[in-house]
Design a protein around this ligand. Structure first.
Ligand code: BDR
Ligand code: CA
Length: 313
């Protein structure tokens, strides 16, 4: 496998944290060029802090972390402390980060980095609202060609909404940005709720993290302990869905996932269905296919991969 250059765009978030840890634990396959933070689960100052805490937990203080957009393109920020807690990373007691944030704005970093690379060689991994990515594409349309693939967590079709009856959180927070990204022409792989709700941290799976008995294994178990209380209560499910790590796992083991190449458009106008991912799963329109929409996961394989990689940190 050739080493894939990636930029992780994120709003940590316990599940973002696990996605970042999985990437940092996989240097043979993934070259993390940078981590760009965006406002989402919690405000920007906290996501930028949390990302650095996670790099330090992983022992990877060499990865540059950038702060990006502090609000969506055309509306007020909606946050999700009700899911992730006040800090966004409630659960483990992690130390304040020592590593500093880069001076450069995340959007400038994305533009500059992509411009330095050859066509089709950088994979963008958005784990939060798409504000940074859309802003970069709007300011520098020439960088879209440099993208190998955008593998993102967002949207839903059969599962519909988790923040409104029809919208998934990441897309709902900044539908305008999502619209720009889905119309960009870059190859897109979508990890919607349809698949992430099948990646549940059941008690035995979480105990496997804890049994690693390392700072990383224990912190991951504590994060999911906290995170799962919300979903267990809401859905009556067996554990928390590990949404964002599906993105990193796809880069490492695409064979764990399956889906359909379809047209996906974003609702940006309707008050009732704002942020809905209108996914033409059944091919009932002639609209161009712009995304691989994932629907299935080998959950046991996914958790085996996660546990094995967490053990490396
Ligand atoms: C998405 O929203 C956030 O709460 C999670 O981090 C994930 O990226 C799930 O809807
Ligand atoms: Ca996220």
């Amino acid at each position: 496998m050739t080493r894939r250059k990636i930029i992780i765009d994120t709003d940590p978030g316990q599940d973002d944290a696990v996605a970042i840890l999985l990437a940092l634990a996989s240097p043979e396959e993934l070259d993390v060029l940078g981590i760009t933070c965006v406002a989402g689960n919690v405000p920007l100052a906290l996501t930028a802090k949390n990302a650095r805490m996670i790099c330090e937990l992983a022992g990877h203080t060499d990865v540059p972390v950038f702060a990006g957009c502090d609000r969506p393109l055309g509306r007020d920020l909606v946050t999700a402390e009700h899911v992730h807690g006040k800090t966004g990373l409630d659960g483990p007691d992690l130390p304040e980060p020592k590593m500093s944030l880069q001076d450069q704005h995340a959007v400038d970093f994305i533009i500059e980095t992509l411009r330095q690379q050859t066509t089709g060689t950088v994979t963008l991994c958005p784990l939060g609202p798409l504000t940074n990515i859309a802003t970069a594409f709007e300011r520098a349309p020439d960088i879209v060609d440099k993208v190998q693939e955008i593998v993102l967590m967002g949207g839903a079709y059969f599962e519909v909404g988790n923040i409104t009856p029809t919208a998934e959180f990441n897309i709902y927070v900044d539908p305008q940005a999502a619209d720009i990204v889905f119309k960009s022409g870059a190859p897109i792989v979508v990890m919607p709720l349809d698949v992430t709700h099948k990646a549940l941290v059941t008690t035995p799976r979480n105990e496997a993290f804890r049994a690693l008995s390392t700072p990383v294994g224990i912190a991951v178990a504590q994060m999911t302990d906290f995170f799962e209380r919300f979903d267990k209560q809401k859905y009556g499910s067996a554990g928390a869905p590990l949404h964002d790590p599906c993105v990193t796992a796809y880069l490492l083991r695409p064979e764990l996932f399956s889906g359909r190449q379809i047209n996906v458009e974003i609702e940006t106008q309707s008050e009732l269905t704002l942020g809905m991912t209108v996914a033409d799963w059944w091919g009932v329109t002639d609209r161009p296919k712009n995304a691989l929409f994932i629907g299935e996961i080998d959950a046991d394989g996914f958790f085996a991969l996660l546990t094995e990689r967490m053990a490396r940190l």
